[in-house]
Write a new protein. Structure first.
Length: 150
C-alpha cells in the first residue's frame, strides 16, 4: 500500500512541476519504449529536433494543426486541421542549424498534464509556433502544432 501511495505522489509531483526538467521521465515506472530516443524530455527533444526519422516515428497521427486563416473575412480566424502522414512536411520542427541561421529561439514553456509545450519564436517578427508533446506508449510524441505566426 505504501509503494502505491508513493507512486501516486510521484505522478502528482511529475505533473505539477516539482520534479526538475532533467529528471522528468516519460513514465513514472522508469520504463520507456526501447526505441524511444530518451525517456527524459530534454534529451528526447534534442534528438527530435535533429533527426527527421525520429520526427517521423514519434509524431502522433493524425497530427492536430491549429493556425490562422488569413483569407477569412472580415478578419483572420483559427483553422483546425487533422493531418495524416502524407500532409505533414518533414522536417516538422527547426533543427539547430536552421534556428541559428534564422535567429529563431525556443524554450520549453511548461509541462501541462504530463506533457511538454515547446515554443519557437523570433523577436519582433511575428513568428510564433507551439509544439505540444505527450507521453504515449513509453515515449514522447508530438501531438499538436499551433502556428500563430502573423
Amino acid at each position: 500500500m505504501k509503494r502505491g501511495f508513493s507512486a501516486f505522489l510521484f505522478v502528482i509531483c511529475l505533473c505539477s512541476g516539482c520534479v526538475s526538467d532533467a529528471e522528468r521521465r516519460v513514465e513514472t515506472t522508469g520504463v520507456s519504449s526501447p526505441d524511444c530516443p530518451s525517456a527524459y524530455f530534454v534529451g528526447f527533444l534534442k534528438m527530435f529536433m535533429e533527426d527527421e526519422n525520429v520526427q517521423r516515428q514519434w509524431t502522433h497521427l493524425p497530427l492536430k494543426e491549429l493556425s490562422l486563416d488569413y483569407a477569412a473575412n472580415p478578419e483572420p480566424e483559427p483553422r483546425v486541421r487533422m493531418l495524416n502522414r502524407e500532409e505533414i512536411k518533414f522536417p516538422i520542427i527547426p533543427n539547430n542549424e536552421k534556428k541559428e541561421k534564422s535567429g529563431l529561439e525556443f524554450k520549453v514553456e511548461e509541462f501541462p498534464a504530463c506533457g511538454a509545450k515547446v515554443v519557437f519564436y523570433m523577436e519582433d517578427s511575428g513568428w510564433l509556433v507551439y509544439y505540444f508533446f505527450n507521453a504515449v506508449n513509453g515515449c514522447w510524441k508530438l501531438t499538436e502544432i499551433q502556428d500563430w505566426s502573423m
